[in-house]
Design a protein around this ligand. Structure first.
Ligand code: UDP
Length: 551
């Protein structure tokens, strides 16, 4: 025992000396606070002040060194939600010499990822804002492995989905309130601060009405790999992927084994005739229907069921994030209450429509006012409107469409989104039939068909002048280097021809590797010519270096 203690003392002594001599070191990626993640040696946290502390010494490093721009508005976003003013990260500074007068620090030996969860009570937010970004931030930095420590600084308690956060690493995540248990001053030996926003696809409407992010950088492939990793951690065995490589679920599996999942909500935004809806689905699609709800099942048993389903039917709501566990080729059917336009609330549609997600998305909207049940008497956060002026209440009650609005407290929106709905089966089945007509083929998702062409090689032009008003321009090139290793259904080439000095160009699509242009080609003129390859109509390659062709 004495050996253990002295060992710990030596380590402690070494760590303390390193902190005193070298201070804190920070090196970050990202030009802006919104795309920054920082790595620290010896970042400290003072629980009394509830502040992180950077200790300056002769060998400390702070990159970027922003001076007071570090506060305009912050060093970085601590959550994955872009530029939210409640989610900023910064630190205080002290000279390392001040350590002499401070409480003895406690050192955290684990490599630590420090972040804010955005809304741990809501399952959609848990996955979209926290789990996916944390998972891929950990993939970005190799030392954030299974033994990494996660620290959640948003200040909330564990929340209903803490078990999901536990799946990210083998070590118990720490909450802000637990940090004081480590004493007044704790220092993280190695830590990363911030989350990658690369995987997020939705913005919640803080500055403009909610909708898909402007520049989505994630594909279904990354979402599915994350889903697979999480399922492995939950010990869920999936139906064999190979079964459905070749075609749609219908073609491959026996129809009798297929089933529909109805994800029901038990407290708010109810489907009032759920039993009827289920009967209609059984009759229409000749499949079994299974219902699940967050109130009745463990999350992992829900994922187990969903991961084998052919269709997921649910009211709009956070539970629909579980569609990321559906097998390829499955359908998502999202129901919307009266006066709520499905086109304006698309987190699940956007997810289902990510390239390579290979889900089929259909929405239905209640258009019959008699079939909605409102709750004007409820508290405002559940859509109650009793607290509003009489006129405003009447305006809301008369409105048949919630106008576009910002997050998060628009009373008309909350009133409408928390309605219960009796689903009109005839219109529901119409939407279902119409929507399922165009089931996408799964062949698209095969590896060979996501490969983009390389540049065409050895592009050349030859010119000749026929008469004082006619000329010819012959352009030729070799196939892209990667094409000889691929089986591509359709290979085409696109040629752009621009007369020098003009700001328009003529585009041509060609099946062959050379072509002689004579229309609109003038003698004694310089043309700029770009050539690129296109696989299967939509996979565009890069343009080769521009050709300068003088007739
Ligand atoms: N929730 C649920 N059953 C209900 C109502 C809500 O399981 O009857 C869950 C819901 O899936 C989400 C959380 O409780 O994870 C918060 O629901 P809320 O209605 O506030 O958010 P929304 O579903 O509209 O995103």
């Amino acid at each position: 025992q004495s050996q253990e203690v002295s060992q710990a003392r030596i380590d402690y002594h070494v760590a303390l000396q390193a902190l005193q001599e070298h201070g804190t070191r920070m090196v970050c990626t990202g030009k802006m606070h919104t795309d920054r993640i920082c790595r620290f040696d010896y970042l400290c946290y003072c629980s009394e002040a509830e502040e992180f502390v950077f200790f300056h010494s002769n060998s400390s490093v702070m990159l970027p060194n922003l001076g007071s721009r570090r506060f305009q508005p912050a060093l970085l976003d601590l959550s994955s939600v872009e530029d939210h003013n409640t989610q900023y990260f910064n630190f205080l500074e002290l000279p390392a010499a001040a350590l002499k007068f401070m409480p003895k620090p406690v050192f955290v030996p684990d490599v630590t990822l420090i972040l804010n969860r955005f809304n741990p009570n809501n399952l959609m937010h848990v996955f979209h804002d926290d789990l996916l970004p944390a998972y891929y931030t950990m993939k970005q930095y190799l030392d954030l492995d299974d033994e990494a420590r996660l620290v959640f600084m948003e200040g909330w308690s564990e929340g209903p989905h803490f078990d999901l956060y536990r799946l990210l690493s083998n070590k118990q995540p720490l909450l802000k309130e637990q940090l004081r248990n480590f004493g007044k001053l704790m220092c993280f030996t190695k830590s990363y601060v911030g989350l990658s926003k690369m995987t997020t696809w939705y913005q919640y409407g803080f500055v403009q009405p909610q909708g898909p992010k402007a520049n989505i950088l994630v594909s279904g492939n990354e979402i599915r790999q994350f889903a697979r990793a999480l399922m492995e951690k939950m010990n869920i065995t999936r139906p064999e992927e190979a079964d459905r490589d070749g075609g749609s679920v219908e073609e491959e599996t026996d129809k009798k084994d297929q089933y529909i999942v109805v994800f029901s909500r038990s407290t708010t935004r109810l489907i009032l005739n759920e039993a009827e809806l289920i009967m209609a689905l059984v009759q229409e699609l000749q499949m079994k229907v299974v219902t699940v709800s967050l109130e009745d099942q463990s999350f992992s048993s829900i994922v187990q069921v969903i991961s084998g389903a052919a269709m997921l039917v649910s009211m709009h709501g956070a539970q629909l994030i579980t569609s990321l566990f559906l097998p390829r080729g499955a359908a998502v059917v999202e129901l919307f209450p009266f006066a709520v336009n499905p086109e304006q609330y698309t987190p699940y549609k956007t997810l289902a429509s990510l390239p390579g997600m290979d889900l089929h998305y259909v929405s239905w909207r209640n258009t019959v006012e008699e079939n909605t049940v409102t709750h004007p008497e409820r508290p405002w956060e559940q859509g109650g409107i009793a607290h509003l002026e009489k006129e405003e209440q009447e305006r809301i009650l008369a409105s048949k469409d919630v106008p576009r609005h910002l997050c998060c407290r628009n009373p008309e929106w909350l009133f409408r989104i928390y309605q219960d709905t009796r689903v009109d089966l005839a219109s529901f089945l119409d939407v279902l039939r119409e929507g399922m007509k165009s089931k996408p083929s799964l062949k698209k998702s095969r590896a060979a068909s996501i490969v983009h062409p390389g540049r065409v090689r050895e592009p050349q032009c030859q010119t000749s002048v026929q008469t004082s008003s006619e000329a010819r321009l012959t352009v030729s090139w070799q196939i892209p280097w990667n094409l000889k290793y691929l089986k591509v259904r359709e290979v085409k080439y696109e040629v752009w021809i621009q007369e020098q000095g003009e700001n328009t160009y003529m585009p041509y699509i060609l099946p062959q590797q050379n072509y002689t242009f004579s229309e609109n080609i003038k003698p004694f003129t310089t043309y700029l010519v770009w050539v690129r390859c296109i696989f299967n109509k939509s996979l565009l390659g890069p343009f080769a270096d521009v050709l300068m062709c003088r007739t």
